[in-house]
Write a protein that binds this ligand. Structure first.
Ligand SMILES: [Zn+2]
Length: 617
């Protein structure tokens, strides 16, 4: 317990880091329609994985320890709190049937390759964003301590551009919602890819700190260098931890925990958003890390241990069975439930053969992250954090002797040294690359299996739009998943990288990074914050509490039933006494109006009475 100074106040209810506080109210958002959407044939992103995860969550009985909601899908208007009207208009109207008449727009908004037009695209985005916004709104109202939306976490989407399988950035929208009531929000991203869309959205503000741990170097999206730390008021409020292939549980923990602890100490966020991309798991179809399910979930447990209001989101993850296992296990972690390793029988049981086991295990792939490398980067990241003390409510002071990264020639040398064998690409399209390595039999349930991927891949488009033979060969060199007689085993094959390829890539990288930094610097703080700031937008306050029949909910073809009941609680207007914060300090705030609840037209969720708790079997 704390110190002996008697302040005359009652002792604070302090949650000590590392000691999970006991009871957390967990709100879980799930829309049974989400699994029905499909990107185009052969596309690695499969919304079906969310249904797989949900099925495990239900069959493990985790639903008994949380409240389950179906969020109102995000509206066109809500999405434009971050995205441009023009972009959202386009997403709302483009369909596979009319897309040919939108050639120009497709190019402009980067829709068509990684981010194809598919049936129900806008509805899919609405569900994803609605869950994250609603989760944030419930956290704001103190209705739960943890909100979960596995359909969210689509971190690559930009203000007016789709990217990396993401169209609408539910994370940015959720954070904007949190900024109404929280002065400082921390975003943590453990997807294997850099959380570029979220970082960019808040690059110039100290109201949001973004922290991304990701593979860096000849890897999508090509951003997320150590020295990218934010600009203007946002300088030092972006944290990037570049990693190499094959990072394992222990190594990851050795950097994740100290960095997050440092952020909690220095920045003292009031709310946290955790993106749990499952492509950082061992054996992911597109990933290159070697985390086990438990190593991945350790991040969730650690973040939970701080006891802050936390929005937990999905993200990438392309080996469906492993994503489902992990997100189910992490849901169990959040509610504090032990889970047996033998999977409960469920309608997707065959996905989990031959072992039918909960665990996703690490492989024997090489860890290219040396202890020295990780320590060096960690120290630099922690040094940078010293400049963030409790901003924006407390003036940050210059710390004598502290190392700044992100400007001087010395800094460049440090970074160059650290990244000497990195040669990132830009505008790499995951899908183009993937197309060359997988079959087109999209609906074959086994097509997320690693055995569809040959060891070597053909040429692909590089940053100049030129075709460079084997440039990307080394991306997947060591995560070829073998499924031979029941054993999952990785076969490492060390990459042979041509010196001229490295030099060319390094030169391109420097060019691209300076371009990116220039673009970012040119964004006026006022503009960026104003356009992400929903100063007069209505707060979210309505979702349907969905008492779910574990067996009934997850049928794909179950007839839709009309739903008219609403959550009876929590619809109270926000009083001026708890006037929401404006995301941008410069923007005048109006007290949020609460939108009248709108009935959701149909659902597959079985409703068993008005706003009742989840029935126990
Ligand atoms: Zn990813």
């Amino acid at each position: 317990m704390a110190s002996g100074v008697n302040s005359g106040y009652a002792p604070l209810d302090v949650t000590v880091a590392g000691k999970p506080s006991n009871k957390k109210r967990v709100a879980y958002f799930y829309d049974s329609d989400v699994g029905n959407y499909a990107y185009v044939a052969g596309h690695p992103m499969k919304p079906h994985r969310i249904r797989l995860a949900h099925s495990l969550i239900m069959h493990y009985g985790i639903y008994k320890k949380m409240e389950i909601y179906r969020a109102k899908p995000a509206t066109h208007h809500e999405m434009t709190q971050f995205h441009t009207d023009e972009y959202i208009d386009f997403l709302a109207k483009v369909t596979p049937d009319n897309m040919d008449s939108f050639q120009k727009e497709q190019g402009k908004f980067n829709v068509g390759d990684d981010c194809p037009v598919f049936d129900g695209l806008f509805e899919f985005c609405s569900i994803s964003a609605g869950g994250s916004m609603e989760g944030a709104a419930r956290l704001n109202r103190g209705k739960c301590e943890i909100a979960v939306n596995w359909a969210g976490g689509l971190h690559h989407a930009k203000k007016a551009e789709a990217s990396g399988f993401c169209y609408v950035n539910d994370i940015v929208l959720g954070i904007i919602e949190l900024l109404r009531f929280n002065q400082r929000v921390l975003y943590i991203d453990i997807d294997v890819h850099h959380g570029d869309g979220v970082e960019e959205a808040f690059y110039t503000t100290d109201r949001v700190m973004t922290a991304s741990f990701h593979k860096y170097g000849e890897y999508f999206p090509g951003t997320g260098e150590l020295r990218d730390i934010g600009v203007g008021s946002g300088k030092h409020y972006a944290v990037n931890f570049p990693l190499r292939d094959g990072i394992d549980d222990e190594s990851y923990k050795s950097i994740f925990e100290p960095v997050i602890q440092g952020i909690m100490d220095f920045y003292q966020p009031e709310a946290i958003v955790l993106q749990c991309g499952g492509d950082s798991l061992s054996g992911d179809r597109l990933g290159c890390f070697n985390l086990s399910m438990r190593g991945h979930a350790n991040c969730v447990q650690f973040v939970k241990s701080f006891g802050k209001p936390t929005l937990v989101l999905g993200g990438g993850g392309y080996t469906m069975r492993n994503v489902a296992r992990t997100w189910a296990f992490e849901t169990g972690t959040l509610v504090g439930q032990e889970m047996e390793s033998a999977l409960p029988y469920n309608e997707y049981y065959e996905y989990y053969g031959p072992d039918y086991d909960l665990d996703v295990r690490a492989s024997n792939m090489e860890n290219a992250n040396s202890r020295e490398y990780l320590e060096k980067i960690k120290i630099q990241v922690l040094e940078n954090l010293r400049h963030t003390a409790h901003a924006p409510s407390v003036q940050s002071t210059v710390i004598p002797g502290a190392t700044f990264l992100g400007g001087t020639e010395e800094d460049d040398d440090v970074v160059a040294d650290l990244d000497e064998d990195e040669n990132p690409d830009v505008r790499m399209t995951e899908h183009r690359q993937d197309k060359q390595i997988t079959r087109d039999d999209e609906f074959d349930e086994s097509d997320d299996e690693g055995d569809a991927r040959p060891k070597l891949h053909g040429s692909r488009i590089n940053w100049n739009g030129q075709r460079r033979v084997n440039f990307m060969d080394f991306q997947f060199h060591d995560d070829v998943e073998m499924e031979i007689s029941g054993s999952r085993e990785s076969v490492p094959s060390p990459p042979l990288i041509e010196v001229d390829v490295i030099l060319a890539a390094a030169a391109a990288n420097a060019e691209v990074n300076s371009e990116v930094m220039d673009q970012k610097s040119q964004i006026l703080v006022a503009e960026a914050t104003a356009e992400t700031g929903p100063s007069n937008a209505p707060s979210r306050s309505h979702s349907i509490k969905a008492p779910i029949d574990p067996d009934g909910d997850i049928e794909m073809d179950e007839p839709a039933a009309a739903v008219s009941d609403q959550e009876s609680e929590a619809e109270e207007p926000i009083s001026t006494a708890q006037a929401p914060l404006s995301p941008a300090a410069s923007i005048p705030t109006t007290t949020d109006a609460v939108v009248a609840p709108t009935p959701i037209p149909e659902t597959n969720i079985k409703m068993e009475g008005e706003s009742t708790k989840i029935p126990l079997p």
